[in-house]
Design a protein around this ligand. Structure first.
Ligand code: SAM
Length: 282
């Protein structure tokens, strides 16, 4: 008998994956975690009934939430990732040879251990990299006491529910700002505006009092279904969001990073918001 994983993110609409094999399922003590194999998406990680990442399309989300701020910054040396338990974000940051250290603050050790064991292709050894500094802690607590060292802060959180809810608060954003070195950038996982318009609007309202330049960029990630996914952008340097593909191209070429989604042209175009998304923050 065919078994299905049905996502429970929304009460009135959902996606489902045929489960070809359950690799792991348990309560980690913090979250209900399942890792399963699906012919369509490859191996899938879901937390509390919500798809977090899949082998099939993780490259889109992880490339855009790392390469866009790092290439825009142009001289990033220290990056902070909040969340990111599967290691895909960490792996992409470490591809930038000029980055000296990536600190990753993940609340649930179980996610790191189980993704390393069952989804090794996503982190691909990133947790063993000497430039990796893994901290098991609540990201909100970490940024409250961290020194202003970071050129880029990446909030790779779950949706604003459970332990992830605190990562969408004004207080958390203020503490992220305090962690930034001069010229730094904060980027956030900010949901799918077609289904989660309030998530984007709320983040915008909470970020704008703190930063000179707040906006969003997008990418369509198939398993975060519902159209383009939004990524929050916040910095005090207004020029960084307006870099052209021609300005980004030399940085991309010099980095020598192989990508499957990111290009300088896609980077520049990602900040052009469809009208229904732009209207949420007009
Ligand atoms: N790509 C996913 C998405 O867009 O929804 C997010 C991926 S990643 C797996 C989300 C991570 O955030 C999980 O590993 C979860 O354990 C972690 N997380 C949730 N709340 C957190 C908190 N307060 N501090 C640090 N990590 C947290």
């Amino acid at each position: 008998m065919t078994e299905w994983f049905t996502e429970t993110l929304y009460p009135d609409v959902g996606q489902r994956f045929r489960i070809d094999r359950i690799l792991f399922r348990e309560q980690t003590g913090l979250q209900d975690l399942v890792i399963f194999e699906s012919a369509r998406a490859g191996r899938v990680l879901a937390l509390d009934g919500v798809v977090q990442t899949t082998e099939g399309d993780e490259f889109i989300y992880h490339e855009m939430l790392t390469h866009v701020p790092i290439f825009a910054h142009g001289a990033a040396k220290r990056v902070l990732i909040i969340g990111g338990g599967d290691g895909g974000m960490l792996r992409r940051c470490l591809m930038h040879r000029a980055i000296e250290q990536v600190t990753m603050v993940e609340i649930d050790r179980g996610v790191v251990d189980l993704c390393t064991a069952y989804l090794p292709a996503i982190s691909a050894g990133a947790f063993d990299n000497p430039r990796t500094h893994l901290v098991i802690d609540d990201g909100a607590a970490f940024v409250k006491q961290a020194d202003p060292l970071y050129d880029v802060v990446i909030v790779d959180s779950t949706d604003p529910q459970g332990p992830g809810a605190v990562l969408f608060t004004a207080e958390f954003y203020a503490d992220c700002k305090r962690c930034l070195a001069p010229g730094g950038i904060v980027v956030t996982q900010n949901g799918v505006p077609f289904f989660q318009p309030d998530e984007l609007r709320t983040s915008y309202d909470r970020l704008t009092p703190l930063f000179a330049d707040v906006g969003f960029f997008t990418a369509a990630v198939p398993t975060y279904y519902g159209g383009p996914m939004a990524f929050g952008w916040a910095t005090d340097d207004r020029a960084l969001r307006r870099l052209t593909a021609a300005e980004l191209q030399p940085r991309f070429a010099a980095a020598g990073i192989e990508t499957r989604y990111y290009t300088p042209e896609v980077h520049a175009a990602a900040f052009a918001l469809p009208r229904y998304i732009g209207r949420l923050i007009d």
